[in-house]
Design a protein around this ligand. Structure first.
Ligand SMILES: C[S@@+](CC[C@H](N)C(=O)[O-])C[C@H]1O[C@@H](n2cnc3c(N)ncnc32)[C@H](O)[C@@H]1O
Length: 393
């Protein structure tokens, strides 16, 4: 196996089991390296750090697969998949949908696998994982015995790796519409017509948790609702009404289908396809008020450089979110960007509290659900953070 030599700055991170090494942290690339090829990782003194795969087309040039020297082959892949999938058994007690493999956090950098009622959604996002495509599919078929496997790889991630876009059925069959059950609430998942790998499973626990604050008089504003995760659960828990807002027309169409699927009376829901940044400002001007306000925007900051702009977007949401929340009501604020941290959310909420003259009580700190594990050694694997506030009366 070819050797890749890292600089001391990378060696320090590798000793802390951080699996990513950037282009500028590499001292010497082996000659004739193919995209995604396995390499033994060593420092200038030839001390070994284990095995990874390298791709010169990517800024994250090296991703570690193992911190010891071992053979990475079909049996290794199958063993890793087996361990990841077995760890999810307790989650399947509440749902027929679950993330089975969460990339680096399951030791399989670049691979994501979701389970939706017998159908797998697969994302192979790096050149290194692409080389194991056949072995991954064969092992998933053997371990899970799925009805079908539908590939939904992340086009922008693959582009950064110099790979072509891939989407579609790669094994068996998959119905156009899969019915997912989450804490007794139904959602239709259309793999061919959905965001990311199908459904925002990372919010499952938080969807359920918010229902603790619902009674039959509750009204909710579900901003950036996607297919209605928070609002649908609120209606299922007996809420009087929910206003769903998302910029995506197809997400709002899916909300309408999910309302029918759960047999919720149409008068309990308002569905709006609009930019949520405008909607919330206009709602505050119209003096609308809700018992529960959910602010769950997409990743506003994909890089460190975008963090300042993202924070001002969050502040706009929080300022207006406070205005449309009834005194005593609840606001859930989320960031799914690693570059907007829990501390940032606290600081910008403090600013919004001062600017609106409203005190905020912290009820909960919220994170991604446990089928999206994160590893301490890789801080950016903890990407979803949230705060649940009560507007003090
Ligand atoms: C993180 S997802 C929300 C997940 C959802 N809350 C759930 O629990 O399933 C973000 C959503 O924001 C939507 N979105 C992106 N930009 C938007 C904008 N400016 N206004 C409204 N929605 C937007 C996307 O279409 C996506 O559905």
């Amino acid at each position: 196996m070819k050797k890749l030599v890292v600089k001391n700055s990378a060696a320090k991170k590798l000793r802390l089991f951080n699996p990513w090494v950037y282009q500028n942290e590499i001292a010497m690339l082996p000659q004739g390296l193919e995209s995604g090829e396995l390499v033994e990782v060593v420092n200038l003194k030839q001390e070994s750090f284990g095995i990874g795969y390298a791709n010169v087309h990517s800024v994250i040039t090296l991703r570690m697969l193992s911190f010891v020297s071992e053979t990475i082959d079909a049996a290794w892949i199958k063993n890793k998949l087996h361990r990841a999938i077995s760890a999810r058994n307790p989650i399947m007690e509440h749902s027929n949908a679950c993330r089975l493999v969460h990339s680096e956090a399951d030791g399989l950098a670049g691979l994501i696998v979701d389970f939706y009622d017998g159908v797998l959604s697969l994302a192979i996002n790096t050149a290194g994982m692409e080389r194991f495509r056949k072995e991954i599919i064969a092992a998933l078929v053997e371990i899970v015995e799925p009805l079908g496997i539908y590939e939904k790889s992340d086009a922008s991630a693959r582009e950064k790796e110099g790979l072509e876009t891939k989407e579609g059925l790669v094994y068996g069959e998959a119905p156009d519409l899969i019915e997912v059950l989450e804490y007794g609430c139904k959602f239709g998942v259309e793999l061919g017509n959905s965001q990311k790998t199908g459904f925002y499973l990372d919010q499952r626990f938080n969807h359920g948790l918010l229902t603790e604050y619902i009674d039959e008089e509750s009204t909710m504003l579900d901003l950036f609702c996607n297919v209605g995760g928070f609002g649908m659960h609120a209606l299922n828990a007996g809420a009087a009404s929910v206003t769903f807002v998302d910029i995506s027309k197809s997400a709002i169409e899916q909300v309408k289908k999910n309302l029918k699927l759960n047999e919720f009376a149409a008068k309990r829901a308002v569905c709006v396809a609009q930019n949520a940044m405008d909607y919330i400002k206009e709602a505050a001007e119209r003096k609308e008020s809700y018992d529960i306000v959910v602010l769950d925007p997409p990743s506003f900051a994909k890089t460190k450089e975008q963090a300042a702009g993202a924070i001002s977007g969050f502040k706009h949401l929080m300022l207006n979110g406070i205005k449309v929340c009834k005194p005593g009501g609840v606001i859930a604020l989320f960031s799914c960007s690693y570059h907007v941290s829990m501390d940032d959310l606290i600081e910008l909420s403090l600013d919004a509290s001062r600017d609106t003259g409203v005190q905020l009580r912290v009820l909960e700190h919220l994170y991604q659900d446990k089928d999206h594990p994160y590893i301490l050694n890789m801080p950016n694997s903890l990407y979803l953070k949230g705060l649940l506030f009560q507007r003090v009366e």
